[in-house]
Ligand binder design. Structure first.
Ligand code: ADP
Ligand code: MG
Length: 305
């Protein structure tokens, strides 16, 4: 069976339209279970069948689980598709930063701070700055990490974050801002990267024309799953990566983001259309995760009760 036949068999007409979209920006919007990830899977297959080199396709998503699913599914039909590149924004960031560390003035070896390391470090720096030992209730190390992280991810000052999310700690704004500075300095001095840095430095690198051109030429087709969960900086990374060719397909849920607490911006879905004017918008209407089975079960249980 040739690829077009396979696509016609396995996809509904809207999915088919999305999967066979070749050039230019596109936004696929639909609810859960409508086959959004399936569109990515079959579009990879389609592009490769059209002669696109699998290594020039980059798939990005938000969680490791979603990344794994996307890549496994993409390589199901054609072993060539195993060569497509992809993962989370963070893993992609790590790969790019490792390659271009010299441009950032980062020394080697680079080390990675996970969330627990980060809290320990923040707590230690806070103690050195004399924050602890006060009588008034102070923010926990987890709160400090969240506030500082949100401040980076949303491009807001500590005070702005506190105002929105932790108004009861507003009187700590100046101290936490100082802690943030100490933390940044410490990381630079010790070649340490945390989760936020992976995105931040990736963006800084992409802002350099040479890097942006190289990566834009390397990855001619960019697809982003779970786009509704991207935060501001991830969306900017998408714009930068797509700025050379505009071959970007964003696939997202039209329901409110479940990751809003991490700074995900539902607004990114709308912004996409402004950054890439003329983007084709494709809506998937049919839902394949049957709610009927759940309803039947519920009815059966009610009848028995
Ligand atoms: N056209 C289709 N025909 C049959 N099953 C489909 C079709 N599209 C999607 N599915 C199935 O529906 C389920 C949800 O698809 P998925 O791509 O994960 O949706 P989403 O990413 O929108 O949540 C999967 O089990 C998938 O195989
Ligand atoms: Mg999906």
């Amino acid at each position: 069976m040739d690829v077009e036949e396979l696509l016609r068999r396995d996809l509904n007409p809207q999915q088919y339209e999305a999967a066979t979209h070749l050039d230019g920006p596109a936004l696929v919007v639909a609810g859960a279970g409508t086959g959004k990830t399936r569109v990515i899977e079959y579009r990879v297959l389609y592009l490769v069948s059209q002669g696109v080199h699998p290594r020039s396709i980059l798939l990005l998503t938000f969680t490791r689980r979603a990344a794994r699913e996307m890549l496994t599914r993409a390589s199901r039909h054609n072993p060539l598709c195993q060569q497509v590149e992809g993962g989370t924004f963070h893993s992609f960031g790590y790969a790019v930063i490792s390659r271009y560390a010299h441009l950032l003035g980062l020394g080697r070896p680079l080390s990675f701070l996970d969330e627990a390391d980060r809290e320990t470090l923040l707590q230690r720096l806070a103690a050195e700055l004399g924050f602890t030992g006060r009588k008034v209730r102070s923010p926990s190390k987890a709160t400090l990490r969240e506030v500082i992280s949100a401040s980076f991810n949303r491009g807001e000052t500590v005070e702005e974050v506190l105002l929105k999310d932790y108004p009861h700690f507003l009187h700590w704004a100046a101290e936490i801002e100082r802690l943030k500075e100490a933390y940044v300095r410490y990381k630079i001095e010790h070649n340490l990267l945390d989760y936020d840095d992976l995105l931040l430095y990736l963006k800084v690198l992409l802002e350099q024309e040479a890097v942006r051109k190289t990566l834009g030429e390397r990855y001619r087709f960019l697809m982003v799953d779970e786009y509704q969960d991207t935060n501001k900086i991830q969306a900017e990374i998408v714009y930068l990566l797509g700025s050379e060719h505009h071959n970007v397909m964003a696939v997202g849920d039209d329901a409110q983001s479940i990751y809003a607490f991490r700074g995900a911006r539902y607004q990114n879905m709308f912004d996409f259309l402004e950054v890439f004017p003329g983007a084709k918008v494709i809506k998937l209407e049919r839902n394949y995760r049957s709610t009927q089975q759940i309803l039947d079960l519920a009815n059966a249980l009610i009848e028995k009760a």
